[in-house]
Design a protein around this ligand. Structure first.
Ligand code: HEC
Length: 103
């Protein structure tokens, strides 16, 4: 029973270490520039405004830093932005800081 209770806690701790690790090397400022250049138009046509509502929508699908990273990679490929992995980290750092707040 004890292990059953501590397991979710361990997961949370693991997730928190991961978010910090994952985006630690990213620079949110560079990320914002990259993001605003390549990522806004499509999201804007989806949700209107400045497109950032896609990150705040109620039914948003991104619940972990890993998923966020994967979505950035996928959208990077879709957008043909041609980013390097470190660029994706910059954008991850920006989106996490601004919208997702994974710890
Ligand atoms: C070709 C259109 C298009 C472009 C360009 C695009 N996206 Fe997206 N993006 C989408 C769509 C469509 C979704 C919603 C996907 C879904 O609902 O599963 C999405 C969703 C996302 C989400 C998840 C939002 C949530 O639910 O929390 C992230 C993060 C994201 N995009 C990042 C990016 C980044 C970073 C870029 C720039 C490289 C980018 N997108 C460029 C179409 C695009």
């Amino acid at each position: 029973m004890r292990t059953l209770l501590t397991l979710p806690l361990l997961f949370c701790l693991a997730a928190s270490a991961n978010a910090a690790d994952l985006f630690a090397k990213g620079d949110a400022k560079i990320g914002k520039t990259l993001h605003d250049k390549s990522c806004v138009s499509c999201h804007t046509s989806m949700v209107g405004g400045d497109g950032t509502a896609v990150y705040n929508r109620m039914e948003r699908k991104i619940k972990t830093p890993q998923k966020l990273q994967a979505q950035i990679s996928g959208c990077n490929a879709n957008a043909g932005a041609g980013w390097f992995p470190e660029d994706e980290l910059h954008v991850g750092a920006y989106l996490n800081k601004q919208f997702y707040h994974f710890k």
